[in-house]
Design a protein around this ligand. Structure first.
Ligand code: SAM
Length: 117
């Protein structure tokens, strides 16, 4: 069954996206073992650059950003405005923490070292 991109955009910007935001902490806790398995398999190195496509509220993106450090960081992209808004708030909160937890920064050109889909 094919799912149109526009349907996904509507879906994740509607009630489902809002619900995911409301339950983000619980969902992150539920998904954390999978996020950790992805990061363990990737064995990221400092200074690598990560692209997280479909980052949602950014839990995995921020973990990856912490691992690679500030030089390139991790960029999360998503079609859901409510989820990206929460991801952005979370990233901004990390600015108050030690430098390695800074907001993920985009890389203007070149390939990423790891793309998570
Ligand atoms: C099941 S959620 C997972 C979110 C996140 N990766 C996590 O593990 O918490 C799927 C995410 O994919 C995003 N998504 C769906 N279609 C997309 C597309 N074409 N491009 C980018 N993101 C997309 C949704 O908006 C949603 O945030």
């Amino acid at each position: 069954m094919a799912i149109k991109n526009s349907e996904q955009i509507d879906y994740w910007n509607g009630e489902v996206g809002q619900k995911w935001v409301r339950q983000a902490d619980r969902l992150d806790a539920l998904l954390e073992p999978f996020a950790d398995a992805v990061l363990q398999a990737a064995s990221l190195k400092e200074d690598e650059y990560v692209l997280d496509v479909g980052c949602g509220a950014g839990a995995l993106t921020l973990k990856a950003a912490f691992q690679v450090g500030d030089r390139h960081g991790a960029l999360g992209v998503d079609v859901s405005r409510p989820l990206l808004s929460l991801a952005d708030r979370r990233a901004a909160e990390r600015d108050a923490l030690p430098p390695r937890l800074k907001r993920p920064t985009p890389l203007s050109s070149g390939p990423s070292d790891l793309s998570m889909l």
